[in-house]
Design a protein around this ligand. Sequence first.
Ligand SMILES: NC(=O)c1ccc[n+]([C@@H]2O[C@H](COP(=O)([O-])OP(=O)(O)OC[C@H]3O[C@@H](n4cnc5c(N)ncnc54)[C@H](OP(=O)(O)O)[C@@H]3O)[C@@H](O)[C@H]2O)c1
Length: 257
Amino acid sequence: MSSEKTIVLITGANSGIGFETAVALAQASADLHVLLGSRSLEKGQKALDEIYSSHASSLLGSLSVLQIDVTDQPSILAARQDVETKYGKLDVLINNAGIIVTRPTDALTNLRETFETNTFGPAIVTDAFLPLLQKSPHPLLIYVSSGLGSVTLRLDQHNEYFRIRGNEYRMSKSALNMLAACHKIDFAEWGCKVCAFDPGYTVTNLTGPEGRARRIQSGARDPKEAANALADIIQGRRDDDIEKSGIVDLDGGVKPW
Ligand SMILES: NC(=O)c1ccc[n+]([C@@H]2O[C@H](COP(=O)([O-])OP(=O)(O)OC[C@H]3O[C@@H](n4cnc5c(N)ncnc54)[C@H](OP(=O)(O)O)[C@@H]3O)[C@@H](O)[C@H]2O)c1
C-alpha cells in the first residue's frame, strides 16, 4: 500500500544544498517524509542526528536516511527496493549529488569521474526510480544543475563567471540539462513535472575545505537560499517557471539552456 505522505528523495543530502533542503522540507510540512540520501550510511546518520539536535522543535515532517551511491548500480537498486517496500511510491526525486574534481589529474580521469557522478548518476537513478514515480499522484523530478552548464551563458562575455574554466564540470551539467529537457518531454504524458535547477554560487563542500573558505570570503550564498527555493518548487510555488524553457533559477525565472 502507498504511503499517505509525500515521499521526497534527495541524493547527496548529508552535505551542503541537499542537507539544507532536507531541513527546509522537514520544516515545511507535516505531510512530507524526506529520504536523506547519502552514499555513506555513517555520514547520513550523522547528518540526521545533526538535524534532530539543531532543529527538533521546528520539524513538522519526518526524515530517514537512505544509503545511495549514484555511481553504483547495486546501491541504487537496493535503495529503490527499500523505498518500494516501505512506501510503495516516490513523489519527488531530487537528483542533487554532484562533484567537482579538484585534485590534479589527467583530463580523461577528470571527465570520467565528473560525468559518472554528475550526469550518468542522475540518469540511472531516475531510470531506477521511474516505476515508483509513476505510482505517485503528483510526480516531480528535479535535477540540481548549474548555470555553468548553460551554453548561452558560457558565450556571454558579460556573464560574471566568464573567466571560470572548469570545462569538465560545465560539460557534465550541460549534458544534465539535456537530460532534464528530454525527460520534460518524455514524462509529460504521465503527468510528471521535470526541471533543472540552478542553486547559484553557494557555500558548500563542493570544492573541499579550502574552496569552502574561498566561497565564504567571496560572498557566496547561504545554502538555505537554494534549499528554500527547492522547497518552493516542491510546494508548487514555482510551477510557472517549471513550464518555461530554461534552467529554473533560485531567484525566480529561468536561465537560458
Ligand atoms: N555549491 C555551489 O556553488 C553549486 C552551484 C551550482 C550547482 N551546484 C550543485 O549542487 C549540488 C549539491 O552540491 P553542494 O554544492 O551542496 O556540494 P557538497 O556540499 O559537496 O554536497 C554534495 C553531495 O553529493 C554527494 N555525493 C558526491 N558523490 C556522490 C555519489 N557518488 N553518490 C551519492 N552522493 C554523492 C556528497 O557526498 P559525500 O559527502 O559522501 O562526498 C555530498 O553529500 C551538486 O549537484 C552541485 O553540482 C552547487
